[in-house]
Design a protein around this ligand. Structure first.
Ligand code: SF4
Length: 406
């Protein structure tokens, strides 16, 4: 019996329990979901506890240094488990695998494989190869590909689901690593997106979020003539045919208007009045616009290569509020960008006060490899970044409190 078990283990029959931990944004959540479906198709099961896992996968984020440090810490903690369970396979996938490839293999000998965000379909094959005795595997740089793979037909879903409509970014904001790890912008054909949404609705999804680094660039490079607003219009039409998920086979009938579509992220340079009118007029579209401002100083915006001014942002936010009367708006802000003086920070503070965001995501700047800003002098001290961060967080909290009391 022991020998049989041993042989089965050797033949990969029993090493089928996977632990996946996801760091970072919704794009990563989406990618982990896709990977889970692929592994399920191959007979893998999943566990929530590391000690039961045969394969441990960290889907990682490189947008901030802090997120990378956490991954180094978490993977380092696996040493003991690996000592007890030498057959344990450890993989790091996602943006950090691209950005930190050599460093990860150097610092973390327990890591068996690295796989970039555009190569995740290869993960099951990589695991097989490692089980069959391959050494450490680096599977990267598929981000140079033009194709975003479609979701598996067997995709599982709850009421909430993400649909990737485009990936990558051509904007090259000077602080951002995304173009280097997720590649240039590429869009999925609308037919494929609509099929995926319809299939999700059939399976019971009601809150569907469309994902892209800059959704407003949707359609660039596709053969069909389509932009983001045209895509939203097609999706809205689909949800008006199936307003309650009322497609034969849908698990519940729900109520009319139950299907809600949201999206992010929009870049202020590309956001348009046409988009705001679509948010206002299309019934299924959630009236929330995420429009990162990043700084309230034109000097800093220029250094960030954001390609808009504070005045342009204010005008856009004002137009949005006029057109989408009950619409919400949220923003991202970076404090302590190289060269940010007290005056620049005060400008940011004042614009946040003026714009009264319904949500604001506030980050402390940290240099990222490959980026232009990594070559700038990181001249705002950590203490000062923390002070500015706290001031803005407190401001945003008071804005939200006031809104609740109104
Ligand atoms: S728009 Fe700028 S911040 Fe956003 S993903 Fe592209 S490069 Fe990064």
């Amino acid at each position: 019996m022991r020998a049989t078990l041993h042989n089965m283990f050797k033949n990969n029959e029993l090493q089928k329990t996977v632990y996946i931990r996801t760091f970072g944004c919704q794009m990563n959540e989406h990618d982990s979901g896709r990977l889970k479906d692929l592994l399920l198709e191959r007979g893998y099961t999943f566990c929530d506890s590391l000690e039961f896992a045969d394969v441990v996968i960290f889907n990682t984020c490189s947008v901030r240094k802090h997120a990378e440090d956490r991954v180094y810490g978490k993977v380092g903690e696996l040493q003991k488990l690996k000592a007890k369970k030498p057959g344990l396979i450890v993989g790091i996938i996602g943006c950090m695998a691209e950005a930190q490839k050599d460093e990860i293999f150097r610092r973390l000998p327990i890591v068996n494989f690295l796989c970039g965000p555009a190569d995740l379909d290869n993960v099951p094959g990589i695991i097989d190869r490692i089980k069959n005795g391959a050494g450490r595997i680096m599977y990267l740089e598929g981000y140079k590909s033009k194709i975003i793979p479609a979701f598996s037909r067997n995709r599982k879903t709850g009421e909430t689901a993400y649909v990737k409509i485009m990936e990558g970014c051509d904007k090259f904001c000077s602080y951002c690593i995304v173009p280097y790890v997720r590649g240039m912008e590429r869009s999925r054909p609308s037919k494929e997106i609509l099929e995926e949404i319809e299939s999700l609705i059939k399976k019971g999804a009601k809150n569907i979020t469309l994902l892209g680094q800059n959704v407003n660039s949707y359609g660039k490079g596709l053969q069909e003539k389509i932009n983001f607003v045209a895509l939203l219009t097609k999706i809205d039409k689909l949800t008006s045919i199936h307003p309650r998920g009322a497609i034969p086979g849908a698990p519940s009938q729900g109520r009319e208007g139950d299907i809600k579509i949201s999206f992010f992220t929009s870049h202020p340079k590309d956001a348009s009045l046409e988009l705001f009118r679509a948010i206002r007029d299309l019934k299924s579209i959630v009236k929330i616009l995420h429009l990162p401002i990043q700084s309230g100083s034109d000097k800093i915006l220029k250094r960030m290569n954001r390609k808009y001014t504070v005045a342009k942002y204010k005008k856009l936010a004002g137009d949005y509020k006029k057109i989408v009367k009950s619409g919400n708006i949220s923003g991202d802000i970076i404090v302590g960008f190289p060269g940010e003086t007290e005056k620049d920070f005060n400008d940011t503070f004042n614009i946040v006060k003026k714009l009264q965001f319904d949500a604001a995501y506030i980050f402390k700047y940290s240099p990222r490899p490959f980026t232009k800003a990594a070559g700038f002098k990181d001249d705002v001290s950590l203490e000062e970044k923390e002070r500015r961060h706290t001031l803005l967080l407190d401001l945003q909290r008071s804005i939200l409190l006031n809104k609740k009391c109104q």
